[in-house]
Design a protein around this ligand. Structure first.
Ligand code: NAD
Length: 260
């Protein structure tokens, strides 16, 4: 369905980003991977995706806190694959602390990676999409883009901002063949959440398994974690023709979290 399209997925060395990269490669996309990690392991992931799906794949270590490196990521993808048709702004970090104790440096980092990076990447990629009169931007926001929780000031602010950026982008390019949507997951069991589970188990002196169950129970009516594969299937749908008039939307995939 997406054969010949080229896709960048920021933060795709693990978790949701890797799931989306894999699903887009399976659909025939050329895929630019990005994110941090052990170089040998990253190369193994890149080669595996290429081999499994017959896709062209590349990797950029661009740091999403650095606008110049983000611009270079877009330029490098154009050089490799002849364009940027799909941009998935997925890279993200979390920091959990009350506002009065929140380290300024962590605030800046969360806003830079979870919000400003999507602006810089969209700014650089949009002219390439408009030129081809086709493009898809998918911003991986969160249930925290729609509702708040305590001790997540930077993350909630960044994700609410990302939902706002999604709407503005959608409006600006509505008649240029480009759509922009946000996906708002609830709990997905990835490294980012595993760290929160382990911190909770330690703080409360409870087993990790119990902390995992408590975390999901606290927010979601449905007591299941979403998988990266399910987020990826939604992203693939948004790239397809059936979704060509879905734009500016914030799509929840959250076990009923924000229905309450
Ligand atoms: P993860 O920790 O598994 O993946 C994060 C990715 O971002 C990794 O590839 C990491 O290397 C990359 N990254 C971090 N800092 C970077 C930087 N400065 N430059 C480039 N890459 C960087 O986490 P995940 O759960 O897969 O999270 C992916 C996205 O999904 C995030 O935006 C997160 O906020 C969002 N999300 C996750 C959940 C969840 O429950 N896991 C829920 C809602 C939203």
């Amino acid at each position: 369905m997406l054969k010949g399209k080229s896709a960048i997925i920021t933060g795709s060395t693990s978790g949701i980003g890797l799931g989306i990269a894999s699903a887009l490669a399976a659909e025939g996309c050329d895929v630019m991977l990005n994110g941090f990690g052990d170089p040998a392991e990253t190369e193994r992931l890149r080669a595996e995706l290429a081999e499994q799906h017959g896709a062209r794949t590349a990797y950029s270590p661009a740091d999403m806190t650095k606008p110049a490196e983000i611009r270079e990521l877009i330029a490098e993808t154009e050089r490799h694959f002849g364009g940027v048709d799909i941009l998935v702004n997925n890279a993200g970090i979390q920091h959990v602390a009350p506002i009065v104790e929140f380290p300024e440096e962590r605030w800046d980092a969360v806003i830079a990676i979870n919000l400003s990076a999507a602006f810089h990447a969209s700014k650089a990629a949009l002219p390439l999409m408009i030129r081809k009169k086709w493009g898809r931007i998918i911003n991986i926001a969160s249930a925290h883009g729609l509702v708040a929780s305590g001790e997540k000031a930077a993350y909630v602010a960044a994700k609410h901002g990302l939902v706002g950026l999604t709407k503005v982008t959608a409006i600006e390019v509505a008649n240029q063949g480009v759509t922009c949507n946000a996906i708002c997951p609830g709990w997905v069991l990835t490294r980012l959440v595993q760290q929160q589970i382990e911190a909770r188990a330690k703080a409360q002196g409870i087993p990790v398994e119990q902390a995992r169950e408590d975390l999901v129970r606290e927010k979601q009516p449905m007591l299941d974690y979403t998988t990266p594969e399910k987020i990826a299937a939604l992203a693939v749908f948004l790239c397809g023709d059936a979704a060509s008039t879905i734009t500016g939307a914030a799509l929840s995939i959250d076990g009923g979290w924000v229905a309450q």
